[in-house]
Each structure stands twice: as C-alpha cells, then as structure tokens.
Design a protein around this ligand. Structure first.
Ligand code: SF4
Length: 421
C-alpha cells in the first residue's frame, strides 16, 4: 500500500482518556541510552539519594570505563541558603570539568525532590556556560518523575540542545531521536544511495557537533516521543516530514519515502535502493509471524512507542490488538501511525492503573507489553509480558533490525510454550 492510499481516520478514532495513578519510570532513565550515544557528554543529575540509586542501578552495570553520569545530591540543609546551593553546584561542576577534559557538553539534569525544584538550573547552566565556553557547553533539562514519563527525558535533553544549534537556512535532512550507531550508519548509507543529503542526526555521536537549523531543514522524527524537540525545531524554521516510524518493513519504507518525496526522488529509485533490505527483512520476519499471528496483544502506556509498535505487530505479524495504551497522545507525532491502526481497536491515553489492570485480567491477552513494575505481578497471574523499556535499549529501527524487533515479542510466548510442555 502506498502512503497516498491510506485513508485518514484519526479524527474519527475514539480515544479512552484516563487520569489516575501511573506506573512509569521517570525521565532520568533516558540518561542510560543518551550517555552511551553522546560520547563527549556528561549528565550531572541534581537530585536526591533516590535519584542516585535509580541512575546507578539502571546504568551502573553497563559502565566499564569512567562513567559519564553522576549525581550531585542536594539536601534540605543545602537549601537553607540558595546562594550556597548555587555556589556548591558551581564548585562541583568546576572540579568535574577540571578532572575530565574529555567532557564537551555538560547536562545539568533536574529531578523532582522539592529541594531541587527550588533551584533554577536553567540560570545555573547559562552562568556555567559563560564560564566554560568554548571548551564546554552547559545545558539543563528536567528528568523529574512529576513531569515526565521515562522517554521524555530524551525529548527534554534534545530540546535543550536545539536552543544552542547554529542558524543556517541551507537545505538538509535532520533525523531526530537517539539511534544506535549501527542503525544510524545503515540509514546514512540508504540516504547516500538515494542521493538525499546532507544528513545530520540529533543527537550526534559527539554532542558538541550540533547540527544547524533553519528554513531549509527538513526533519524526520526517528522516535515518537520527541514532540517538544520537534516543536522547538519548527519554531526555528524547520519543517517536520509527516511519516510513520522506521519500525518494520512498512514503517521503514514509508519513513524513507517521506524524505525521498521531499528530495524529488522517483518511486522507482526508492524501490531499487530499498529492494534488498525489504526482501531480507520480509524473509527474516516470516518465522516470527508463524509464532505471533493471531495472538492477542495488550500494550500498557509506558514508552510512547506503543502506537508504532502496535501498527508493526498488527500489520506485519498479524497480531490482534486488544488495547493500545500511550502515556500521551501527541497527534502531531503519531497521526501517520494512527491512520494505520485497524478500525475498532481501543486506543487509550494516560493511565488509571487499577482500571487498566482490570481490563487486562478480563481480556487475558496472549502478551502484555508493560513497564517493569507491572510485569512480575502479571506473570504471577499466568500472563506473558514484555518489558517496554527493552524497546529503547535495543536497536529496533530499520530493515536489518525488523526481525530482532519481532523476536522481542515472540520470545516470551516461546518461553511460556516451553514451560507448558
Ligand atoms: S527524579 Fe523523582 S522519580 Fe526520578 S528517581 Fe529522582 S526522586 Fe525518583
């Protein structure tokens, strides 16, 4: 099916909106994949001991060299005088940057303890940037659990970077969203073969290499949770190319096709450049389709990847969708995806966790995609689950990763089948 032939049903689709207790990680979690990608960046969480424990246990196990994140722990006593807290923050940053000349971008990451909320990190970042530029740029964003679900930490970090991007109205394609290096390289090769360029990535491997932004910038979103970054780029003159996300054969082709149309590349050229990748991915998906076809899927709201994942599993692997939950429904980011979901599927936004768990128990789906905190209780009730956080730690975009993505969902079902024997 070509994109032009897809009917627009977004306006007509009913959405269940829930506003109750949520079960999600906070935006600090994004540091785990962002610090791996940007190798000249350091993330200094300004937070409490809880924040330090979260980030240490989530990311610490992956550290085998000097870490590129840390926590400046604030206490009530620090805030007895805010001036002292700012002095202390400046002292910590200066000593860190003196010890680590490899750091070119320092992110001050806010959190939700009341002690931290009182501190103006944006002003602190400006003050420190004035002191340390041009060697080090200091930026700030919030990873607070009050304001963010776990993928919004990336959105906030990227939006903070957009403000520092130099201005240039030259034509370029800007791919927005943290991608594994291997995926970035594959896409760069495809864009080169199509004759699309220059291409920049945000974030790049080196945070100090900020892309330019201006009226000639065309943006392809690689992750659906970076809506604020997209809007910040639009405010600076860039234009977002509406497309599904590069998950699976269909999503990857439609995503590349949006850029190809903008660059005036013919359908024949697109078909020719993508043929080998499409064929490989289609063949690699086949064994997974045999395991997943007809199985019933419930996606709880967690990563904001739920809608593109549901589209992929439904249209390419024939899974049946019971409910597709998303923490936020950012229509500008997912309209092209919503159009591809089947009629009648329940899309829910936000969460009232007890009511949603009641629906899971009533439906007893074959597979529930959810956060870590809900997976074990559901497994104990005999339901198979998949942790949604794996979707941001695993390379899943593009043709070469399509089968790996399908495998993430096939494995829990295989395990259950083996245990039942
Ligand atoms: S930012 Fe808030 S939710 Fe996240 S670890 Fe710190 S205290 Fe907990």
């Amino acid at each position: 099916m070509t994109l032009a032939a897809i009917p627009c049903r977004t306006e007509a689709r009913p959405v269940l909106r829930e506003r109750g207790q949520r079960e999600v990680f906070c935006g600090l979690t994004g540091i785990v994949w962002l610090h791996r990608k940007m190798q000249d960046a350091f993330f200094l969480v300004v937070g409490s001991r809880t924040c330090a424990h979260l980030i240490q246990s989530a990311a610490g196990v992956m550290i085998f060299a000097e870490p590129r994140f840390g926590t400046a722990i604030l206490t009530d006593r620090d805030l007895a005088g805010l001036a002292d807290a700012n002095d202390e923050l400046d002292r910590v940053c200066a000593s860190l940057l003196e010890r680590r000349p490899d750091i070119k971008t320092l992110f001050l990451v806010g959190s939700c303890p009341s002690e931290v909320i009182k501190l103006d990190l944006a002003t602190a970042a400006e003050r420190l940037s004035r002191r340390f530029l041009p060697q080090v740029r200091v930026l700030s964003y919030s990873g607070s659990g009050i304001e963010t679900t776990f993928t919004q930490g990336e959105d906030n970090a990227l939006r903070a970077m957009v403000e520092s991007c130099p201005h240039d109205d030259a034509r370029q394609l800007l791919v927005v969203g943290c991608l594994a290096d291997v995926v970035e390289d594959q896409f760069q090769r495809l864009f080169d073969q199509l004759g699309i360029g220059p291409v920049s990535f945000l974030p790049a491997r080196r945070a100090a290499e900020l892309p330019f932004v201006g009226s000639g910038t065309r943006v392809l979103m690689a992750q659906p949770f970076n809506g604020e970054t997209g809007r910040a780029l639009t405010a600076r003159g860039a234009r977002i190319l509406s497309a599904p996300y590069p998950l699976g054969v269909e999503g990857t082709t439609a995503w590349l096709s949006a850029a190809a149309r903008e660059w005036g590349i013919s359908q024949a050229s697109l078909d020719q450049v993508t043929l080998a990748g499409r064929e490989r991915a289609t063949a690699a998906l086949q064994p997974h389709r045999q395991k997943l076809a007809g199985r019933r899927l419930f996606l709880m709201p967690d990563s904001q990847l739920e809608i593109p994942i549901a589209r992929f599993l439904n249209r390419e692997l024939d899974m049946q969708l019971v409910e597709v939950g998303t923490p936020y429904l950012d229509r500008q980011m997912v309209d092209a995806e919503l159009d591809l979901l089947p009629d009648g599927v329940l899309v829910s936004e936000g969460q009232d966790v007890e009511r949603q768990l009641d629906r899971v128990r009533q439906e007893r789906p074959d597979l529930t995609v959810c956060g870590l905190g809900l997976a074990n209780p559901l497994e104990a009730e005999g339901l198979s689950t998949k942790w949604s956080i794996e979707l941001v730690f695993t390379p899943i975009q593009g043709y070469e990763q399509a089968a790996d993505l399908a495998g993430l969902f096939a494995r829990p079902l295989e395990r259950k089948a083996r245990l039942a024997v």
